[in-house]
Design a protein around this ligand. Structure first.
Ligand code: DQA
Length: 155
């Protein structure tokens, strides 16, 4: 059976390409979805976007029992304790993804309230960050790089 992976995009990510292309690139979310499907033809993707926080919490819960989730929470990253708590409560592997390098931008973007509730964070790699997240989520068992956690070659 194909592993199911949730790709969740939050507030304002539906406007990619129009919104600050010099920061977020020129790919639309549809382009990113197509890219992932071509990179991982054996994965079943649930690719979602919403501007409503409660709806996003529902998506996170839905991902319980899947092979994992990658989430770009947009600006919710920086203040949504509701999203933190929803992520903390779902027992699958989770990766926080940002298209831009949030650490090289405004001070307020450097803090994520979501990071403590996920296994890994990717920032600044554009669409490749989503692919890196999926690759990480698909790692299983013996062959896994980094064993139990987040370090390459770790125990
Ligand atoms: C973002 C970074 C956030 O600070 C911002 O609010 C976004 C997009 C990113 O993908 O780089 O909407 O998550």
């Amino acid at each position: 059976m194909a592993p199911k992976v949730f790709i969740l995009n939050g507030v304002n990510l539906g406007t990619l390409r129009q919104r600050r292309p010099e920061v977020y690139g020129t790919l639309t979310l549809n382009d990113i979805e197509r890219f992932l499907k071509s990179e991982f033809p054996n994965v079943e993707f649930e690719f979602r976007q919403t501007d409503y926080e409660g709806e996003m919490v529902g998506f996170v819960r839905e991902a319980g029992g899947s092979a994992g989730l990658a989430i770009n929470p947009g600006a919710w990253t920086h203040y949504s304790y509701a999203l933190h708590d929803a992520l903390e409560a779902v027992g699958v592997r989770k990766v926080e993804v940002h298209l831009s390098n949030v650490h090289a931008r405004e001070e307020w973007r450097r803090h994520s309230v979501v990071s403590p509730a996920v296994d890994a964070v990717v920032a600044g790699m554009g669409a490749h960050g989503y692919a890196a997240a999926v690759r990480y989520l698909l790692q299983r068992g013996e062959g896994r790089i980094g064993g139990g956690g987040n370090t390459v070659g770790g125990a």
